[in-house]
Design a binder for this molecule. Structure first.
Ligand code: HEM
Length: 179
């Protein structure tokens, strides 16, 4: 997993909790890297999981809630860091249906070793968009936070529903425009 995800996570922990909390969870998680991340490095996904679990214990909040909040935060950082991905894009469905072929395809050019999920568009019409997420890392909660961040960014009234698909088929996210 790219270092940018780790540095942004620790940035959020510092901003939301404190710099001491950052040190505490790095200690608790007993990370092989020692918690010294650079944005362009690549680190084991397990370290992210260990830090989120450590944070969850310290602040007494469920892991899925923390990961979802991180997804929203990360989306805001992506907006700042990659403004060109948003040029001329005005609609949530337009943006999200291009995650696989446009956004993550560009990310892969920038970081050839990025470990990205698959996002298939299962169904799309004027009112509905159904995305199917697959990843061996099972970051469904991160995906949900990123999708919620996108909905908020475009400011359109859209509901998000998540349904438990068969585990081998991935996680389905259904978006529906509200009147
Ligand atoms: C401008 C927007 C975006 C950029 C620049 C971006 C870029 C990235 C990068 C750099 C990673 C880390 C890859 C690695 O760790 O090796 C990543 C992972 C991920 N991205 Fe995106 N992303 C964007 C938007 C989104 C959105 C809107 C979603 C959800 C629909 C999404 C879903 C994910 C997920 C779930 C992961 C974690 C890896 C996994 O699940 O296997 N991304 N993305």
């Amino acid at each position: 997993m790219k270092g940018v995800v780790f540095t942004e996570f620790l940035g959020m922990v510092e901003q939301t909790f404190s710099a001491d909390m950052v040190d505490d969870i790095i200690d608790d998680a007993q990370l092989p890297s020692g918690g010294a991340y650079t944005a362009v490095g690549t680190y084991p996904h397990d370290e992210m999981v260990a830090m989120v679990v450590a944070l969850s214990r310290r602040v007494n909040l469920p892991v899925p809630d923390l990961v979802r909040a991180f997804g929203k935060h990360l989306f805001g950082r992506f907006v700042q860091a990659y403004p060109s991905f948003f040029d001329g894009v005005t609609d949530t469905f337009q943006f999200l249906s291009g995650i696989e072929d446009i956004i993550h395809a560009e990310v892969l050019k920038l970081y050839p070793d990025a470990e990205l999920p698959r996002f298939d568009v299962e169904e799309q019409d004027e009112q509905n968009l159904t995305l199917l997420y697959h990843s061996p890392r099972h970051f469904e909660d991160l995906a949900e936070g990123l999708i919620l961040g996108s909905i908020e960014y475009f400011g359109q009234p859209i509901s998000l529903m998540r349904d438990a698909s068969a585990p081998d088929r991935g996680q389905r996210f259904h978006l529906e425009r509200r009147a």
